[in-house]
Design a protein around this ligand. Structure first.
Ligand code: GTR
Length: 435
């Protein structure tokens, strides 16, 4: 006889399993019984067939192989690290922002020595230091979709002047933000709560790095590296996800140098396409201490081999500039990929990764997102970490914070909500807070 509470939870989960409000693109599979059998590549077998049995061999031999495969076949190669000319200026500091509860800083990052090259605007909130102390705060870093002024209603945030994707609901007029955009994504950032919990939170507009449209790869940071454009590029040149990931590392370059932030305790996070970018940033840049994938789906945490929701072919057709052109070779041929998303997640090991799904976000394949994390466990085991420590996808609204890996699926749609933040903060308290 099941415990009445678990029975109630099971009934609720069953009722929610086919959400009436799911905005699923028709013509794709959303039926678990129609998921074809698949065999995942073993992250612990080297390209030459030899097994990897210890952390040292993983780090020295296998990790570089997997990074190379992801660069060559999926995201495209990142053409360079920190540019010699990278420099910045702190343009505003308000030590009594958000009604005196936070410090707000704005920083311009120039990617070249010249001021007319591509640049990005970083917005940072951090707690107010108790009198007489000089703490270096742990921080969250993520890209935003509609410019810095969208993340909080704070009138002190300088609005972006950059091109934005059209979105009337968010007050984007003629591809530019307006005053109506201010705070429109506040629930996705939960700034007050994050700061009250003792963390800094930093963000920049992804379009400062690469505009999210086909033309984007001919401008911004991509142009700085001579990227030939969406169709003209070589097969292994980067796409916009690669550029966004690069920008996250440049923002980290700044955070490392900011004496009020602890650069060794920075979490990188992202939602959806930006969750894909956060995973790729965390995989390449081991300075990120914690990596968060919110509803990242296809090309993110969700196993590509599972034919559930979005497919490789569909994503490459809808967004031909997100990934390397080489990724198109796997359209309809996911089984021939030399890696799957568990390998991407394993590239973070032993650093903690938190994968989150939304029940109604079937397009992103919640179970596939769970399995991407689950199948990274053997790599975490090399470092003596248990990983998720659960055999099956946890029930809705029952987060699992394991040892190195965490997963939750919440009620609701494709979004980042205060519920998600509550889980990320609980996890961060374990892995980023000094004891
Ligand atoms: C969708 C795309 C998803 C996801 C999403 C988003 O259109 O198919 O992979 O990235 O956009 O970024 O919101």
């Amino acid at each position: 006889m099941p415990h009445p509470r678990s029975l109630a939870a099971a009934l609720l989960a069953a009722a929610l399993a086919v959400p009436a409000f799911a905005a699923n693109t028709p013509g794709f599979n959303y039926d678990e019984s129609k998921v074809r059998a698949y065999t995942l590549p073993d992250p612990l077998v080297r390209n030459n067939g030899t097994p990897v049995r210890d952390a040292e061999t993983w780090r020295r031999e296998r990790r570089p192989e997997l990074l190379e495969i992801h660069a060559r076949e999926i995201f495209g190669r990142t053409p360079g690290g920190k540019p010699a000319g990278l420099h910045w200026a702190v343009t505003s500091v308000d030590r009594a922002a958000l009604g005196g509860k936070a410090v707000r800083k704005e920083v311009t990052l120039w990617f070249t020595a010249a001021k007319d090259g591509p640049k990005a605007y970083l917005l940072i909130y951090q707690p107010v230091a108790p009198a007489g102390t000089k703490p270096a705060w742990p921080a969250f870093l993520g890209l935003n979709y509609y410019g810095n002024s969208s993340v909080n209603a704070d009138p002190g945030i300088t609005p972006s002047a950059a091109w934005m994707r059209a979105n009337a609901e968010f007050g984007i007029v003629k591809n530019r933000v307006t005053e109506a955009t201010r705070g429109k994504h506040a629930s996705r950032w939960d700034v007050e709560r994050v700061v009250a919990r003792g963390y800094a939170t930093a963000t920049l507009y992804y379009g400062d790095l690469c505009e999210d449209r086909t033309e984007g790869l001919g401008g911004g940071v991509a142009k700085l590296f001579g990227t030939a454009g969406t169709e003209a590029r070589r097969g292994d040149e980067w796409g916009s996800i690669g550029v966004w990931a690069w920008g996250l590392s440049r923002a980290l370059d700044y955070l490392v140098a900011d004496g009020e932030i602890d650069g060794t305790r920075v979490a990188v996070h992202g939602h959806s396409r930006l969750g894909k970018a956060a995973l790729w940033a965390g995989a390449q840049d081991e300075r990120f201490a914690f990596v968060i994938s919110n509803n990242s789906g296809c090309g993110g945490a969700a196993l590509e081999r599972r034919n559930f929701g979005e497919t490789v072919e569909r994503i490459n057709r809808s967004f031909p500039f997100w990934f390397a052109k080489n990724f198109r070779a796997y359209n309809g041929r996911e089984d021939s990929l030399p890696v799957d998303t568990h390998c991407l997640i394993a590239l973070m090991a032993p650093r903690p990764v938190h994968v989150a799904s939304a029940l109604a976000d079937e397009w992103a394949d919640p179970k596939g997102e769970f399995l991407g994390a689950k199948h990274a466990e053997p790599v975490y085991a090399l470092f003596g970490r248990k990983g998720l420590g659960v055999a099956a996808q946890p029930a809705v609204d029952s987060p699992v914070i394991g040892d190195g890996l965490a997963y939750h699926v919440r009620t609701g749609k494709h979004d980042i909500t205060p519920y998600d933040w509550a889980q990320y903060l609980a996890h961060a308290d374990r892995v980023l807070k000094k004891r």
